[in-house]
Design a protein around this ligand. Structure first.
Ligand code: S3P
Length: 438
């Protein structure tokens, strides 16, 4: 993300398209990490093109794993078991990716050498005690800078633990399970609320015996993983921006094909219906425990949606997109989402500031936000993404409903999960030629 760019977004009357979105970021990370510790060559089709999943691949390459990327986006990873990983000569560069740093720490905790993990300015601000504490309870030692990166993970012979997560977090759950693979005995993770279960599904796909599902996950240590050929479904969290755009602009219709429909990720579907959109999600099949299919969203009317703490874990990455529903006559109230403050940016502060800059009424709460309430479309303006891919995309979608053009500064941040986002936006948004008449 070396070059900083601004992108102009013109108002759109409606959006109309059938499209696919890039491979799922969460699933891509997991398939790559498990392929690296499996035995044999795994082929991962539709691997996410985003910079975050590239960070995972380059860390694995630093650890001595052979990786090839085909022109069609398929990644081939030659795993030689956990014992095939080698100490890296330089710090492992996790870039902007919290998932890379937290999940990889779980693997490194069971290896017989120290590893240093570093990241960019945003990742260097993010809390890591949530993974350090359980990994140390399992027998590793982790040095940090006041609980933040860079980290030095001193691997050791681990032992299984039973751990109650203090907060719902799929990344922490996953770090513990990955460490549990190398541990003696049983590792049990108990979650306070259901978070995405991609790690459990992927472990089973790579041949681990365990039962995914539910708030209590149990894993026996010492199991071997077998290489697999897998296809990553489209990323529901990327699809979310187009789904919200269609809901926001009446008369719109968006159809997204081959997108992941894992029920731990799709709470947005119900929220869009509450707002007033028509949504059809059709499951076509399921591969490696991951349901996939198509979604159609048709915009109809603007309503109000209230999101409380119980809905937040199933929507955590969709909350920025969803906030844009407050841009054109609707209202969105979110509470119990304090975790948003420790994502790639402080997503509560940055979201509220950016929406206000676009002329949208927005109020900040300690653990959430209220967006909207005005019957008149916003004026448009200049909003800054603050190095956060989901902020750039949320502002762009909200700006579609404005009376005048807007500018998204720091738009290059979309490279983290959806490099083509602005190119697709340019194709599917029919300009609002009525301009100031709205
Ligand atoms: C992710 C889990 C979530 C999510 C993040 C990706 C994952 O984070 O916000 O974008 O792939 O496990 P937390 O585990 O911190 O909630």
């Amino acid at each position: 993300m070396s070059h900083v760019s601004s992108v102009a977004v013109v108002p759109a009357r409606r959006v109309h398209a059938r499209l696919r979105v890039p491979g799922d970021k969460s699933i891509s990370h997991r398939y790559a990490l498990l392929a690296a510790v499996a035995e044999g060559a795994s082929r991962l089709a539709n691997y996410s093109p985003g910079a975050d999943c590239q960070s995972t691949l380059s860390c694995l390459a630093q650890l001595g794993v052979a990786i090839a990327r085909g022109e069609d986006g398929t990644v081939t990873i030659l795993g030689r078991g956990r014992a095939g990983l080698r100490s890296a000569a330089a710090p492992l560069d996790c870039g902007n990716s919290g998932t890379t740093m937290r999940l990889l720490s779980g693997i490194l905790a069971g290896l017989p050498f120290p590893s240093r993990l570093a990241g960019d300015a945003s990742l260097s601000r993010r809390p890591m005690r949530r993974v350090i504490e359980p990994l140390e309870l399992m027998g590793a030692r982790v040095e940090s800078t006041g609980g933040r990166p860079p980290l030095t993970v001193h691997g050791a012979q681990l032992h299984g633990i039973e751990y109650r997560l203090p907060i719902p977090s799929a990344q922490v759950k996953s770090a513990i399970l990955l460490a549990g693979l190398a541990a003696e005995g049983t590792t049990t993770v108990i979650e306070p609320a259901q978070t995405r279960d991609h790690t459990e599904q992927a472990l089973v796909a790579f041949g681990v015996e365990m039962t995914p599902g539910g708030l209590k996950v149990v894993l026996e240590g010492g199991q071997r993983l077998t290489a697999r050929a897998l296809a990553v479904p489209g990323d529901f969290s990327s699809a979310a921006f187009w789904m919200v755009a269609a809901a926001l602009l009446p008369g719109s219709r968006i159809e997204i094909e081959d997108v992941g429909l894992n029920p731990t990720r799709t709470a947005l579907v119900g929220v869009l219906r509450r707002y007033g959109a028509r949504v059809t999600a059709t499951r076509a099949d399921s591969t490696a425990g991951e349901p996939r299919g198509s979604i159609i969203v048709e915009g109809d009317r603007a309503g109000s949606v209230d999101i409380g703490p119980e809905e937040v874990p199933g929507l955590i990455d969709e909350l920025p997109a969803l906030a844009a529903l407050g841009a054109a006559g609707g209202t969105v109230r979110v509470r119990g989402a304090g975790e948003l403050r420790v994502k790639e940016s402080d997503r509560i502060a940055v979201l509220v500031a950016g929406f206000r800059d676009l002329g949208i009424e927005a109020e900040e709460h300690e653990d959430g936000f209220t967006i909207g309430g005005s019957a008149r479309p916003p004026a448009g303006g200049v909003a800054h993404a603050h190095d956060d891919h989901r902020m750039a995309m949320a502002f762009a979608i909200a700006a579609l409903s404005a009376r005048g053009p807007s500018t998204i500064e720091g738009a290059e941040a979309v490279a983290v999960s959806y490099p083509d986002f602005f190119a697709v936006l340019g194709r599917l948004a029919a300009p609002d030629r009525t301009g100031a008449a709205r």
